[in-house]
Design a protein around this ligand. Structure first.
Ligand code: 13P
Length: 392
């Protein structure tokens, strides 16, 4: 049958104003509608912050260890865990000459965000003067996940989060971090642990954006265990997929957010060690399958991998000709600070050497973020930095 122009016009409503189809839900049917994307007053600033944090050749210095964790580090070099020593240590890090050439942002613990340097200048000003954006850890830590598998945890900190974020923004923080951790074991990560991790990260990220803080979304896969690299890759793909599904459900503006994952490595007790090339290939493959192109950058954690291995893995990752447009850079704590701390030994006469060591590792990682690092070209402490059941 041939349809005339008039019949076609009647059929398709030509000339009628466009009307979006009405969504009427059947009784008992569930809505699949996502929350509207964050479109508030910080939307441009969030994008700019994320872009500045992942500027070419730059990465983050993570020094947001809780008071207890930084305390055990200080005690390892014979220093007491008191506020003055914590301040002295962080001042050493922030004032390392030329650190700002390689570091775009520093993740702080709340105490440091509100602390002054030895001369009475707020640390926020010290960092800004060195071209380093101050950020803040906002989660309140991991607690047992009842109903989950053995050893599984969930990450707390949503209560009162918006008010805290407003206070942190007023103090000068421009980005935030929330670290949740997933364990690989015979029956884990469980579906419950993955769902809970993704949900917490999405709620956190949206709340931060409402207060002007660019959220770093950190679903760490712990290296504890004897699983091989293929197992890590399988779970990481599932976890990151779920995380982005939830971020989009919560209307998180992906352009104003960053991802902080682990590199895809085998468990520390696995007999077969993945080569840097394998780590790189699986890490990039996972991202290509799971991360939307709108999200501007990945800032890896080091997770107990040694300083030199972290740089080598990051370098291999950046040598791959990937499909995605994201920057792939670093946000290391242990893999940036460990040898610096040991060289310092808490002694004023070692400050220059310790700072030079920090900057050397920062430079190594800067080069690695461009695929230009030559293994061994910067000094490091070769021993493994892995600590069993590490608490951040
Ligand atoms: P590590 O690099 O020591 O794993 O720390 C990462 C982190 O989450 C700190 O913010």
């Amino acid at each position: 049958m041939k349809l005339t122009g008039i019949a076609l016009a009647l059929l398709f409503g030509v000339g009628q104003p466009f009307q979006a189809p009405q969504r009427t839900l059947r009784r008992g049917a569930r809505s699949t509608m996502r929350m509207a994307l964050y479109d508030g007053k910080y939307k441009d600033e969030l994008r700019e912050t994320a872009a500045a944090m992942t500027a070419l050749g730059k990465g983050l210095l993570a020094c947001d260890e809780s008071t207890g964790t930084v305390g055990s580090r200080l005690e390892s070099i014979g220093l007491e865990n008191n506020e003055e020593n914590r301040m002295t240590w962080r001042n050493l890090l922030f004032t390392a000459p030329k650190l700002g050439d390689y570091i775009s942002g520093a993740i702080l613990y709340e105490e440091t965000l509100f602390q002054n340097d030895p001369a009475g200048k707020p640390f926020v000003e010290v960092l800004n003067a060195n071209g380093i954006i101050p950020g803040i850890k906002v989660d309140t830590g991991l607690t047992p996940l009842f109903g989950g598998e053995e050893g599984e945890t969930w990450c707390a900190g949503l209560d009162g989060l918006h008010a805290r974020c407003e206070k942190y923004y007023a103090q000068g923080a421009r980005f935030a971090k929330w670290r949740t951790a997933l364990r690989v074991g015979p029956n884990s990560p469980s579906k419950l642990a993955i769902t809970e991790a993704a949900h917490g990260l999405a709620r956190y990220a949206r709340i931060c954006q409402e207060a002007g803080l660019c959220p770093i979304v950190e679903p760490e896969i712990l290296i504890d265990g004897d699983h091989d690299v293929a197992t890590t890759a399988k779970y990481q793909e599932e976890i990151i997929t779920k995380v982005y599904d939830c971020l989009q459900d919560h209307g998180v503006l992906l352009e104003g957010s960053l991802l902080k994952p682990s590199m895809t490595v085998n468990g520390v007790d696995c007999k077969t060690k993945a080569s840097p090339a394998e780590v790189a290939e699986l890490t990039v493959r996972t991202f290509e399958r799971t991360i939307p192109a709108a999200m501007p950058g990945v800032v890896f954690l080091s997770g107990g991998i040694s300083e030199e291995d972290s740089s080598i893995f990051l370098n291999e990752i950046n040598k791959i000709d990937r499909k995605g447009p994201w920057r792939l850079t670093f946000s290391f704590s242990r893999a940036l600070q460990s040898s610096c701390l040991k060289i310092w030994e808490g002694k004023p006469e070692n400050v220059d050497k310790a700072q030079a060591q920090l900057v050397a590792r920062a430079q190594a990682n800067s080069e690695a973020s461009k695929g230009e690092y030559k293994a061994g070209s910067q000094p490091s402490i070769e021993e493994s930095l892995y600590v069993k059941n590490y608490v951040y």
